[in-house]
Write a protein that binds this ligand. Structure first.
Ligand SMILES: CC(C)(COP(=O)(O)OP(=O)(O)OC[C@H]1O[C@@H](n2cnc3c(N)ncnc32)[C@H](O)[C@@H]1OP(=O)(O)O)[C@@H](O)C(=O)NCCC(=O)NCCS
Length: 386
């Protein structure tokens, strides 16, 4: 599982929200272009609250997101939430309100696209030391066809990448655009020297429990496991034990290329904080999160974390097993326990994301009848490559 951004994968509470200047004088400049990025011109003005007046329906303006308050972005985020629900069956509203809170505090770096004074698109990023994580890009589909909306998104991406790549302190930029299908936004990222990693969004449908079955689906709630360990539900004290497990499981792994939080205990702890303690989108579901713990809970051999992303859908935000415990049925058991717990709590589906090149994980999920709903992209740029 790779984590970024403000969705279940990585809300920004632990991320650095310091105010990078987006571009020289960005707060005081507008960029005016047509919808496909032609005929650039730049108009400088000094009053950032000045009325936005445009001359043509095809013209767009791009402004620093920090000009705006929640009310300007709310209609766009409502529209985006509907798309999350339609495409991924996720209730994006809690994430959307978190994004709006950050916008209202003028803390979120990024750009808004304006069409005749109306915000029709936005992109934002958050910072973690010398890294920027692009959290989201979205343009309104209302009254325009898909290609016009995508054209706006491409321009927003271009602008943000240009800014980030010219920020002297930044050495790394990560992005995962879960809402958007594979390849849709590849062009500006590839042009800017990013590597792309196709990822899969997979889903398993859960049958409702038999009406006659009144016993809870997961009983007892401790089971013997390999290495003298025991399977049990997640408890708070596992928080301290998990970073070591995550860094060991992901050593040399493709997912720690995409998300460098997996490389160090501090990074893994930030990941855990975002997933377990912070309700970005999806509420951590303790009842459906399981571990394989060593005798006396001295350490963890494996873990699975799950969040609720809608009233009836659970999402596996992390599953990892120590290398010496892999291929011993632990991953399969944890996924079974999670699915049974969700089913007992009224869910009709469980979802997860996986990097396509992570063939062992993909085999496991296919083996358990998860099917691919969707392909999307993770993107990575590092200054040292250039
Ligand atoms: C992916 C991972 C969770 C799998 O857990 P695991 O405990 O090793 O998997 P299991 O032993 O339960 O495997 C069950 C089945 O999945 C499939 N499978 C698992 N690993 C496989 C592999 N390396 N190659 C092919 N199939 C594999 C097989 O069908 C296997 O059944 P079999 O062993 O009877 O053939 C584990 O390898 C891991 O932690 N990897 C590092 C972190 C990671 O990639 N997490 C997932 C991120 S989305």
């Amino acid at each position: 599982m790779v984590s970024v951004d403000i969705h279940p994968q990585n809300p920004p509470q632990f991320l650095d929200l310091r105010l990078f200047d987006l571009a020289p004088n960005a707060v005081h400049s507008r960029h005016t272009v047509d919808i496909f990025g032609r005929a650039h011109s730049r108009i400088s003005f000094h009053d950032s609250s000045a009325q936005l007046i445009m001359t043509s329906a095809l013209q767009l303006e791009f402004l620093d997101l920090r000009h705006f308050s929640a009310q300007h972005l709310r209609p766009l985020l409502d529209e985006e939430s509907a798309l999350w629900s339609q495409r991924l069956h996720w209730d994006y509203r809690s994430s959307a309100s978190l994004v709006l809170q950050y916008i209202e505090s003028h803390l979120l770096s990024g750009y808004a696209a304006l069409d005749q004074g109306r915000v029709c698109g936005y992109i934002f990023c958050v910072y973690e030391t010398n890294k920027a994580v692009i959290g989201d890009v979205f343009a309104s589909r209302l009254g325009v066809d898909e290609s016009a909306a995508v054209a706006v998104e491409l321009q927003l991406i271009d602008r943000l990448l240009e800014t980030l790549q010219h920020s002297p302190d930044l050495t790394r930029v990560e992005a995962q655009l879960l809402l958007h299908p594979h390849g849709l936004h590849r062009e500006p990222f590839e042009r800017a020297g990013f590597q792309l990693y196709p990822r899969l969004f997979m889903e398993l449908e859960l049958n409702p429990p038999e009406p006659s079955d009144s016993t809870p689906a997961v009983r007892p709630d401790e089971f013997e496991g390999p290495g003298g360990g025991h399977y049990r539900r997640w408890k708070n004290s596992d928080f301290e034990l998990s970073p070591r497990l995550i860094t060991a499981s992901y050593a040399g792994h493709i997912d720690s290329e995409i998300n460098d939080q997996y490389l160090s205990p501090g990074g893994a702890q930030r990941f855990l904080h975002n997933v377990v303690r912070f309700p970005g989108c999806g509420i951590f579901e303790e009842q459906a999160s399981w571990v394989l713990a060593a005798p006396y809970d001295e350490r963890l051999f494996g873990l699975l974390l799950c969040s609720r992303v809608s009233a009836v859908v659970g999402h596996v935000t992390q599953v990892c097993i120590l290398p010496e415990f892999q291929r011993r049925g632990v991953g399969e058991k944890l996924l079974h326990l999670c699915a049974a717990s969700l089913q007992a709590n009224g869910c009709n589906a469980v979802t997860l994301t996986v990097t396509e090149r992570n063939t062992s994980a993909v085999s496991l999920y296919r083996h358990l009848s998860y099917h691919v709903q969707y392909r999307f992209d993770a993107m990575l740029w590092e200054k040292r490559w250039h």
